[in-house]
Design a protein around this ligand. Sequence first.
Ligand code: AMP
Length: 298
Amino acid sequence: MTARIVRTVDELRAALAPLRSGAIGFVPTMGALHEGHLSLVRAARSENDTVVLSIFVNPTQFTQAADLETYPRTEEADVALAGTAGADIVFAPSSAEMYPSGFATTVSVDAAITETLEGAVRGRAHFDGVATVVAKLLLAVLPDDAYFGAKDAQQVVVVRRMVADLGIPVRIVQCPTSRDADGLALSSRNTRLTPDERAVATAVPRSLRAAQDAFASGTREASALTDAVRDELSAAGLVPEYAEVVDPRGLEPVASVVRSALLAIAVPVGAVRLIDNVVLVPGEDDRIPLPAIEMSHR
Ligand code: AMP
């Protein structure tokens, strides 16, 4: 299937108007599409009559100019991949379309969920940028369902809060993290890793797996679980910006895991920040699969 590209909100609304009798699924992205994004498109495809994917590298959520400048942009390939995975429409607006001159509104989700984890490292502006652009995109598409990846677990928490608070009538669907065979979570930024850094980056999923192994053996104390993460990273010469066990809904720190908890980490590898997470559920064992060769080093 070939996806149709539209560049303006007016064109998008006109394209969607005759399709509103069926369900519309929406996948917001910043492009440089990989299998993680395509898994969201397939989920949207399986549950809706029309699928819209957006590509917009949102300047307001970048808190470092170099990260924005070096963010990979591969629009032509993205449109082809999106169509193959089942997207009908690709909405790829310019910055001027999203933020015309005089733009003066920020959607700011307050409190613990935006000031911790990614918010603590990247600053308030990051989730203000995310909430504002997601609100604008949801209002442009007006989908029934919108699909987000569990890799950005905090983003899903913030978007759910924003949608509930503003009364935007959309169902937010969280899809599992897609990983490479060696466990590394797929990310558009992975293409910026050198081959050596890419090899070292395997310590990131391995560190989460070490915590999952400790959890499966009965460890419940958050500090012992994050120590398992830090030890595994340290063996690869890596130091996390944060490694925290938090409540999956409110993101409050958890001292001991008695119900589901989110273990979230951010790890700089060279010039690239990698983020990843797992959910620890007492009584359930769903560990990141790692190739046997990796495990034999342990
Ligand atoms: P991005 O283009 O990085 O802003 O991501 C767009 C959407 O794809 C977000 O909802 C991400 O959480 C999701 N996503 C990114 N990487 C993955 C992955 N490895 N697995 C599943 N979803 C992902």
